[in-house]
Write a protein that binds this ligand. Structure first.
Ligand SMILES: NC(=O)C1=CN([C@@H]2O[C@H](COP(=O)(O)OP(=O)(O)OC[C@H]3O[C@@H](n4cnc5c(N)ncnc54)[C@H](O)[C@@H]3O)[C@@H](O)[C@H]2O)C=CC1
Ligand SMILES: O=C(O)C(=O)[C@H](O)COP(=O)(O)O
Length: 367
């Protein structure tokens, strides 16, 4: 049994190594001939799995992506060819929650805002969007939810996109889709961008193509620029460089890059593959993770916005990611290099709060 995995996927050897010969490679450059003798293919979001890539993959019986998004996989093709497929829904939703929480706190500092007076619109209320909504409520924000596919099921109160786009801060958490009843490609188009006011904040931690980046650049070069947080970019790994100086926080598609999130991603594929092979699992995700270097923090006051910002920064400093991005921008291959060499990042939940913990748990910490 031969397994080929993206080199940026941790714990593959630990999980699969006893049962398969594991080889790794850069996911962006995978070529059809490399799949000739491969039984199991494990990828991340940068590998397009389509007819061209699988043209010589005659032995392939399992494809897994250690990601939430699946827009890079031709799942119909896999089904037609009888190749089992697994993704990792929700694997890094906590990391995305941590990222957006850190972004909200930085935005508030930048604008001098008390977040409890502000409204957040969440566009796409699945695993990551719900996580973000919960963190924002813990900060005392009013949260409006926009999810037309879910609104059809009427499970809770939803607003339409126009209402969501009227919020002080709008955070996007939709899959990238180009057709169907609710396509998300350029959901934030020129028309929507033109209707926003200059005091508003937009966050994109889902897929770059959900926002029209050229239209945003035109807006940012005008009289009333928006405050932008961008983890994802149209045409990655390319970035519309002139847009970057107009972005408050710019990062290279790492919102989901906690160690825990990556471990859960690989583990989800391990579980699916074990089920397909009718094998028992030899490890749990917890066994893969080292202890957090911070450990426990004792609080003498319940976290308000300022203390929350300090606590979050101790565990995840989003400004460091932004600074690394700006420093490397323009260097050849900078986007993928930053992702490949991304420092080990732990989730807020790896830190235990004791004492006056207040909303600590809802913010994502362990209490
Ligand atoms: N930047 C990063 O590192 C990460 C990015 N992602 C991206 O975020 C996306 C969302 O992740 P999850 O929340 O886990 O997915 P999910 O599938 O749990 O939720 C997506 C939600 O979006 C809703 N939706 C679909 N079309 C919509 C539309 N036109 N308007 C409003 N809502 C719409 C769906 O009904 C669903 O509730 C993923 O598909 C992935 O592309 C996910 C993880 C990390
Ligand atoms: O899970 C997703 O969907 C993501 O966007 C991933 O967190 C991105 O990571 P890579 O697969 O691009 O390494």
């Amino acid at each position: 049994m031969k397994l080929l995995a993206d080199e940026n996927m941790p714990f593959v050897q630990e999980l699969f190594g006893d049962r398969a010969e594991v080889v790794t490679c850069p996911g962006r450059d995978l070529r059809p001939e490399q799949l000739r003798d491969i039984d199991v293919l494990l990828v991340r979001s940068i590998t397009r799995v389509d007819a061209a890539l699988l043209a010589q993959a005659e032995r392939l019986s399992f494809v897994g992506t250690a990601t939430i998004g699946c827009d890079h996989i031709d799942t119909d093709l896999l089904a037609r060819r009888g190749i089992a497929f697994a993704s990792a829904p929700g694997c890094n939703k906590v990391a995305v929650g941590d990222y957006v929480l850190a972004a909200l706190l930085r935005v508030a500092e930048h604008k001098g805002w008390a977040l409890q007076d502000k409204t957040l619109g969440v566009v796409g209320v699945g695993n990551t969007g719900a996580e973000v909504a919960a963190r924002a409520r813990a900060l005392g924000m009013r949260v409006l939810l926009c999810d037309p596919p879910k609104a059809l099921q009427k499970t809770t109160d939803f607003v339409d996109l126009q209402q969501a786009l009227a919020c002080d801060i709008v955070s996007f958490h939709v899959p990238l889709t180009r057709d169907g009843d609710h396509p998300t490609w350029h959901l934030l188009n020129r028309h929507a961008i033109d209707r926003l006011n200059g005091d508003q904040v937009l966050i994109n931690a889902c897929r770059g193509d959900v926002w029209d980046n050229q239209a945003l650049l035109a807006r940012q070069q005008g009289k009333a620029p928006l405050t932008l947080v961008m983890d994802v970019w149209e045409h990655e790994p390319e970035v519309l460089a002139p847009l970057v100086p107009h972005v408050l926080l710019a990062t290279p598609h790492i919102a989901g890059y906690s160690l825990e999130g990556k471990a859960r991603g690989t583990f989800a594929l391990y579980r699916a593959w074990c089920e397909q092979q009718q094998l028992g699992m030899q490890l749990t995700p917890e066994q893969l993770l080292p202890p957090s270097s911070i450990g426990t923090i004792h609080l003498h006051e319940a976290p308000d916005q300022a203390l929350a910002a300090r606590l979050v920064r101790l565990v995840y400093d989003i400004e460091q990611d932004d600074a690394a991005f700006r420093q490397a921008l323009g260097q050849p291959g900078f986007f993928d290099r930053l992702r490949k060499q991304y420092p080990q990042r732990r989730e807020l939940g790896s830190v235990q709060l004791t004492g006056l913990t207040g909303s600590g748990e809802a913010l994502g910490f362990k209490v």
